[in-house]
Design a protein around this ligand. Structure first.
Ligand code: GDP
Ligand code: MG
Length: 391
């Protein structure tokens, strides 16, 4: 029998962000190793994190790796995303629901394009707290820390430029690689990084009393038990036995099982990453992008107004302006929907502009003011926005 999940500490969702090869996955593995040695978690080796996409049985999505661990004061779900496109899909759409982020910057390489883009996207989706892991500190550490000092300055400036108050952001010099190898000095540095996360990232407000809502990230079948949907609870609380509706699939059903990280639980609440077993729902009826919610609590719609930042070419966005009639994909929560853009008076929006627009989606999804979304085209992100009004 599986051990039940016992909620003894506040739960937060964090994740690593940063340029490819700066050491996000290595650092993630190192954190689990250091904490496992302290007796609060299970070591998850690099290969398990990097190959996690194939491990559907653990209830993780196809393009996000979750690990869990505990510090003295908190329980964390930590996401590590393999590629830049996964950040866009999961983080920018809010699917990852980060309460805080660890920005991994290689002290050898400094700020690179994806470092800057992830900071920008984090700001857009409301990640209010970032802690910096100045990684590969072992490689610049031969008594001469000038390079690391320069990179630290540069990172603080970048964060300030995006409204993160770069002067007060904790910047911790670490070596994920050396900590993984068991080096005592760098093991201690991981401890310092976790202390910084514990103290600098505040416990977010959880809307546990609101009607339950979970955007579906992934759907799987457990032989003999039925259809399972996974995702992060956006708001509210759900218990085994509760009635829910699946928006998109137009079915009403009952939650017959709940799990988090493979452990059964009686009640899941806002902020939890969970798997929900749904009674009598055919596997094909539910898809990523659907919403599981308290019956009648959300009304889907197709039309909304929004404020949108059009990414500049330097940030990986378009090189040419967009105009009314533009028809990109909108990533809203976990859904991916085509939409018609109307720029009204503005007529055109150039890369680097912030504009207001109205959007008519190709199908209905639950919408509400404040909801963040990404705009994508041909496999890249070209905009990030917030819903200002619905209808
Ligand atoms: P990711 O793409 O950001 O997830 O980066 P990885 O964790 O896959 O690491 C990329 C490369 O950097 C690998 O070859 C790692 O061994 C190396 N690396 C990661 N962390 C460190 C570190 O702290 N020090 C050194 N010297 N190399 C590191
Ligand atoms: Mg990686």
């Amino acid at each position: 029998p599986k051990t039940a999940y016992v909620r003894t500490k506040p739960h937060l969702n964090i994740g690593t962000m940063g340029h490819v090869d700066h050491g996000k996955t290595t650092l993630t593995a190192a954190i689990t190793k250091v904490l496992a040695e302290r007796g609060s978690g299970t070591f998850v080796p690099f290969d398990r994190i990097d190959r996690a996409p194939e491990e559907a049985a653990r209830g993780i999505t196809i393009n996000i790796a979750h690990v869990e661990y505990e510090t003295d004061t908190r329980h964390y779900a930590h996401v590590d995303m393999p590629g830049h496109a996964d950040y866009v899909k999961n983080m920018v759409t809010g699917a990852a629901q980060l309460d805080g982020a660890i920005l991994v910057v290689s002290a050898l390489d400094g700020i690179m394009p994806q470092t800057a883009e992830h900071v920008l996207l984090a700001r857009q989706v409301g990640v209010d707290h970032i802690v910096v892991a100045l990684n590969k500190a072992d490689a610049v550490d031969d008594g001469d820390t000038v390079l690391a000092d320069l990179v630290e300055l540069e990172v603080r400036e970048l964060l300030t430029a995006h409204g993160y108050g770069g002067d007060s952001v904790p910047v911790v010099r670490v070596s994920g690689l050396r900590a993984l190898e068991g080096d005592p000095r760098w093991t201690e540095a991981i401890g310092a990084l976790l202390d910084a996360v514990d103290t600098y990232v505040p416990m977010p407000e959880r809307y546990v009393d609101a009607p339950f809502l979970l955007p579906v990230e992934n759907v799987l079948t457990i032989t003999g038990r039925g259809t399972v949907v996974t995702g992060a609870v956006e708001r509210g609380t759900v218990r085994v036995g509760d009635r829910v509706e699946v928006l998109g699939a137009a079915v009403e059903t009952v939650v017959t099982g709940l799990e988090t990280f493979g452990k059964p639980m009686d009640e899941a609440q806002a902020g939890d990453s969970v798997a929900l077993l749904l009674r009598g729902v055919p596997r094909d009826a539910v898809r990523r992008g659907h919403i599981v919610a308290a019956p009648g609590s959300v009304v889907p719609g197709r039309r909304f107004s929004a404020q949108v930042y059009v990414l500049s070419a330097r940030e990986g966005g378009r090189t040419t302006p967009v105009s009314t009639g533009y028809r990109p994909q909108f990533y809203i929560r976990t859904a991916d929907v085509v939409g018609d853009v109307d720029l009204g008076e503005n007529a055109v929006a150039r890369p680097g502009d912030t504009v207001t627009m109205t959007v008519e989606l190709g199908r209905e999804v639950p919408l509400e003011p404040g909801l963040g979304f990404a705009i994508r085209e041909g496999g890249r992100t070209v905009g990030a926005g917030t819903v200002t009004a619905v209808g």
